[in-house]
Design a binder for this molecule. Structure first.
Ligand code: UFG
Length: 336
């Protein structure tokens, strides 16, 4: 297949581009580099033995996108490009709605004009908000609790409406749980700008000496050890989930919603312990009050992905921490 990947220079995007190339697909990447480095793609090309085609372009640039689709017929699109910082979305919601929803509108218009109808969308378990029950199935109510999550939910509705329009759209909505880890080569990985919002990149920067200590946000949750529980999925497993989604699309005029998670919840203390095992050194940490908006426990029921995509996560927390450490220690300042 010829797959167009938006946001292909980013963390999940770059790992997915690599898996696509290794599986023999042709890949075109569109990325405006607003929160990513072209160095990731250069390294992907090295690892795969061939490079994807790259266009430095904002997905909201409808004309530019038209030219990309005109250059070579595209069989399917994987849409990662978007803003993803929860806190920033609270202080600047207009930007989140404009960028995330606006760029998706531009993308689907370009796809429609080019006659490309197969789309895989990068959604998030954040659309479930604070779940009533765990593990979470796809039937759980969608009620996001912040603007970022609401843009993801809005895009899901938009794409479902397209699938209902009779124009032949085949849409897969992938709801990711917590992606962590890096390619086992240590050549590509997560490279957040500024202070990392997420647990594992923060831990990695503490381990490499860029930050003094991990702040553990609360140890008074109703969980086994009192810290928050999440479903940490290795980014290579997650990337392969996209290949499975491309290989088993829904029928024309259908939308399919699938969780991508491991089905296993791990606490903050368990992640710290796994990381200490990977590095062989104690990780400085201090418990502080809860972070507003955090939920106690969130993990997937991954059964549907196994049933309809034939996909399941194969890598564990230990492998993810070892791979994160390989990447972070070899690239202490990321791609810079
Ligand atoms: N945590 C810490 N210290 C940190 C960072 C995180 O203790 O410095 C804890 C959090 O309290 C939580 C766990 O580690 O219990 C995981 O936190 P992350 O920020 O890594 O992940 P979240 O589950 O909060 O966030 C993820 C995605 C978001 C998404 C959100 C809501 O990264 O994009 O899920 O589903 F919006």
């Amino acid at each position: 297949m010829h797959v167009l990947v938006t946001g292909g220079c980013g963390y999940i995007g770059s790992h997915t581009v690599l898996e696509l190339l290794l599986a023999g697909h042709d890949v075109t990447v569109v990325d405006d580099l607003s929160n990513s480095s072209p160095e990731s793609l250069r390294r992907v090309g090295e690892l795969a033995g061939r490079a994807p085609v790259f266009h430095e372009l904002d997905v909201a640039d409808r004309r530019g996108l038209g030219a990309v689709f005109a250059a070579a017929p595209v069989d399917a699109v994987v849409h990662f490009a978007g803003l993803k910082a929860v806190g920033e979305s609270v202080t600047d919601p207009e930007r989140y709605w404009r960028v995330n929803v606006g760029s998706t509108l531009s993308l689907v218009a370009a796809m429609a004009a080019a006659g490309t109808t197969q789309l895989v969308f990068s959604s998030s378990a954040t659309v479930y908000g604070d779940p009533d029950v765990v593990p979470i199935t796809e039937a759980a109510p969608v009620r996001p609790v912040n603007p970022y999550g609401r843009t993801k939910a809005a895009i899901e509705w938009l794409l479902a409406d397209l699938a209902g329009s009779g124009a032949g759209w085949q849409v897969t909505l992938l709801r990711y749980f917590n992606p962590i880890g890096a390619h086992p080569s240590g050549r590509i990985g997560e490279d957040p700008t500024g202070v990392p919002n997420n647990l594992v990149p923060f831990i990695a920067q503490v381990a490499v000496g860029r930050r003094p200590e991990l702040l553990v946000f609360g140890d008074d949750y109703p969980t086994a050890d009192g810290t928050g529980v999440r479903d940490y999925i290795h980014v290579v497993d997650l990337a392969r989930g996209h290949l499975a989604a491309l290989a088993s699309p829904p029928g024309p005029d259908e939308v399919r919603t699938v969780n991508l998670g491991t089905g296993r919840g791990s606490s903050v203390f368990e992640v710290v312990a796994a990381f200490e095992d990977a590095t062989g050194s104690p990780l400085p940490r201090r418990v502080v009050p809860r972070r507003p908006g955090d939920v106690a426990a969130c993990y997937a029921d991954p059964g549907l992905a196994a049933d309809v995509l034939g996909w399941r996560a194969e890598l564990g927390l230990g492998e993810a921490c070892a791979d994160t450490w390989r990447w972070q220690s070899a690239n202490p300042t990321g791609y810079r």
